[in-house]
Every structure is written in structure tokens, then in C-alpha cells.
Design a protein around this ligand. Structure first.
Ligand code: SF4
Ligand code: SF4
Length: 158
């Protein structure tokens, strides 16, 4: 007799949990129509917003005079764990001190290798480089993922 009771109570219990599960699914189904969280990219490209901490790629800030703050110290190059940065520089005599100093030629950045770890940005003593929100980085030719971050004709800010 006990076995029969257990048998039917297990069926009833199973039916109850089935209804509970379906209730939760139904609640989310109805609510989803009011709270759509899927973003219709790329239709919403112009209205996309990002958190400040979002990291898409490294860039170098230039002001309106095409001047940057990179003094070619190579700290970012050393800090980068996978060689995504190469600093190419010249040595010129500083007219003020008469001593030779580094002058940036090209700040090479290999986006294709970059893990966006942010270590280079944190290491830079002059805040010359930052992380941008430019996330559309797909290219047909891999070589286009290697860029010079300093703009043509730019120079170090005094
Ligand atoms: S974000 Fe990280 S991996 Fe990318 S260049 Fe900077 S240090 Fe290297
Ligand atoms: S970006 Fe910053 S850390 Fe890198 S070479 Fe320039 S000044 Fe130095």
C-alpha cells in the first residue's frame, strides 16, 4: 500500500515542479517584451554607449596643434607582456642642455597581438596613450592591424 502512495505522491510532486518551472519561463517570456536587452547592432551604431572602463584599442592623444606627450621613454614597450608595442626613436641633441635625448619617430602598435590588458597605459609616465572605445577593428588585411599611434607630422608637446 505504501509503495502505491509513494508512487502517486512522486507523480504529483513531479507535476508541481514542472508547473513551477513553466511558471518561471512564462514570467520571463512576458517580461522580455517590455525589457528588451538585445541591442540591434549595427543599426544602433550612432547611439551605442560604453562604460568608461571599456577597452577597445590603444591610441595616442594629440591636441589641436598635432602635439602629443610621448617622449619615447619606452616604458610602455617594456611593460607590454607580449611585444605589441615598438618604439622607434632618433637621438638628437637638445639645444637647451647640449645632451642627446630620444625623439619619437614611430610608436608602433600591433593591435592584432594586443590583449587589451591596459598595462602600457598604466605604465606611461606622461599619460600619452589611452584606451579608446573604437571597437570596429575588422580588416581584410592583417597588416592593417599594425599602426603608428603618433600622427604624421606630430611632435612632442613642450
Ligand atoms: S594593452 Fe597590454 S597587450 Fe596591448 S599593447 Fe598595452 S600592454 Fe601590450
Ligand atoms: S607612450 Fe608613454 S610610456 Fe610609451 S614611450 Fe611614449 S611616453 Fe613612454
Amino acid at each position: 500500500m505504501n509503495a502505491v502512495i509513494n508512487y502517486f505522491s512522486e507523480i504529483i510532486g513531479g507535476f508541481k515542479t514542472l508547473l513551477q518551472g513553466m511558471g518561471i519561463t512564462g514570467k520571463h517570456f512576458i517580461r522580455a517584451r517590455k525589457e528588451i536587452i538585445t541591442q540591434q547592432y549595427p543599426d544602433n551604431r550612432d547611439t551605442l554607449t560604453f562604460e568608461d572602463r571599456y577597452r577597445a584599442q590603444v591610441y595616442m592623444e594629440h591636441d589641436e596643434n598635432n602635439e602629443h606627450r610621448c617622449d619615447a621613454c619606452q616604458t610602455c614597450e617594456i611593460a607590454c607582456p607580449n611585444g605589441s608595442i615598438e618604439i622607434i626613436f632618433d637621438r638628437v641633441v637638445d639645444p637647451k642642455t647640449g645632451k642627446k635625448k630620444k625623439v619619437l619617430d614611430k610608436h608602433i602598435y600591433h593591435l592584432g597581438m594586443c590583449t587589451l590588458c591596459n598595462l602600457c597605459v598604466l605604465a606611461c609616465p606622461t599619460n600619452a596613450i589611452k584606451m579608446s572605445h573604437e571597437f570596429e577593428t575588422a580588416v581584410y588585411d592583417r597588416s592593417e592591424l599594425t599602426k603608428a599611434l603618433n600622427k604624421p607630422g606630430s611632435k612632442l608637446k613642450e
